[in-house]
Design a binder for this molecule. Structure first.
Ligand code: CUA
Length: 156
């Protein structure tokens, strides 16, 4: 079958782009640790409203450089709204919603997920850079959504 040279170029270019995009997914996943949110690493089995109410929000030290943060979300605040950890710490976040769907995002990290009522959001990250990191709700949750935020301070 005859294919016009110009069209052949476009076919080659299209296939090339598919390969580039495929490689971009593999590189971002394997080398940069960026994952497509899956039920496997974002949500643990169901938690009841009573259990959620009983959560004591706060930071817990598990060992040297290892922390757990249990954080609740409700209109329109996170609790605790301020978290302090030393630089180099590996932090596992457990996120619970007391009412509706909220978001949890710390820009310039791989931390980003939806906080779904009845589920426990779980993510781990190692903070190697000191500084102040904003914690933002990035799921629209009503009139006060834009004010729903917190701060994570990584201390030297
Ligand atoms: Cu909570 Cu938006």
């Amino acid at each position: 079958m005859h294919i016009h040279p110009y069209e052949r170029r476009w076919i080659q270019f299209s296939i090339g782009m598919l390969i580039v995009f495929g490689l971009a997914i593999i590189v971002s996943n394997v080398f940069l640790g960026i994952n497509i949110p899956g039920i496997a690493n974002s949500a643990e089995p169901v938690i009841s409203l009573e259990e959620t109410e009983a959560i004591e929000p706060g930071v817990r030290e598990l060992g040297p450089g290892r922390y757990e943060v249990h954080m609740t979300a409700q209109v329109w605040r996170f609790e605790p709204s301020e978290v302090r950890i030393p630089v180099g710490s590996t932090v596992t976040f457990y996120l619970y919603s007391k009412d509706i769907i909220h978001g949890f995002k710390i820009p310039n990290t791989t931390l980003s997920l939806m906080i779904i009522p009845g589920q426990v959001g779980k993510m781990t990250y190692t903070f190697t850079e000191p500084g102040e990191y904003p914690i933002i709700c990035h799921e629209y949750c009503g009139a006060g959504h834009h004010n729903m935020s917190g701060t994570l301070i990584v201390e030297e």
